[in-house]
Design a protein. Sequence first.
Length: 295
Amino acid sequence: MSDDDSTSAPEYAEKPSERSQEKRRSWLDRISSAISGEPNTRDDLIELLRDTHDSGVIEADTLRMMEGAIAVAGMTVGDVMVPRAQMVVLPAEAKLLELMKLVVESGHSRFPVHGEDKDEILGILLAKDLLRGVVEDNGPRSIHELLRPAVLIPESKNLNVLLREFRQSRNHMAIVVDEYGGVSGLVTIEDVLEEIVGEIDDEHDDAEDPQALIAAQADGQFVVDALTPIDDFNERFGADFDDDEYDTIGGLVTAEIGHLPEAGEELTLGRFLFRVTSADARRLHALHVSVHVDP
C-alpha cells in the first residue's frame, strides 16, 4: 500500500467502548451542570430535580421518589398515622381462637393489644406468633405470652427520624400517643415508605372506588362505607364537613357520638341522619344515611 493510499483511509474509527464512555461523560456533564446552581432551599432543590427530569437525566418514577423523600423530611407522625378510630386492636382477655378469627378477618400482620382500657397498650402481637401459638403443643395459655414490646412515640416526631429508628430497631409499628398519654393512632414503616414511593397495595387492599363506597338505595337513601373519605362524602352530597381532625366519615360520626357506636345508634348532623348498620368491638363499618331536603 502506498503512502498516498494510507492517507486516504479514515484517521479514526470510533469503537463501541469509546462511544459508551462518551455517553457516560455526557450524562455526568448534565448532572454536574444541573447541580452547579447550588440550591439553597428545599423548593430550589425540587425545582432543580424537575429541571433534571425535563432534561432526561432522571426518570419520572425517580423524580417522584426524590420529591417524596424530601417531603418526608418536613412531615411529622401526625401527618400520616392511622387515627385511633381506624385502628385494628385486640383485647388481651380474648381467647386465642377468637383472636385468630379477628386477625384473619383484618388481613393485617401486626396488632396492638390492649387491656381493659383501650389506652392501655400491653404490647404488639404478630400474626405469625399467634398462629405458632395456636398450633403448638403445650402452647401459650394467653396472648400475654406472645406479646412484643410496644414502641410509643409522640405525634410531633419527624418522619425521617422515625424511619431511621424503624430501620435500626427493626420495628415495623409504633403507637402514637397524645400529650396526655392517651392513644391517638398508630404508624407503620409502610405508612412512611408510601410517602416516598407512593401507595403500596397488597392482596388485602381493595381498589379505591368512591362510587362503591357510597351506594344509593331504591328509597332514595344511601349505604355509606365508614372509611369513605370526608372529601368524597362532601363532594357527593354537597356537604361541608371539616376534615381537619378526621379523615373518614366513620371517624367523624364516632367522634360526634362520643364512643364507638353499636349497630342501630343514630346521629343527626345538619341535614344528614346517620344510622349505624354495621360495627364491631374495633370500629364502625357502615352507615345508613338519610338526606333531609330543605323546604
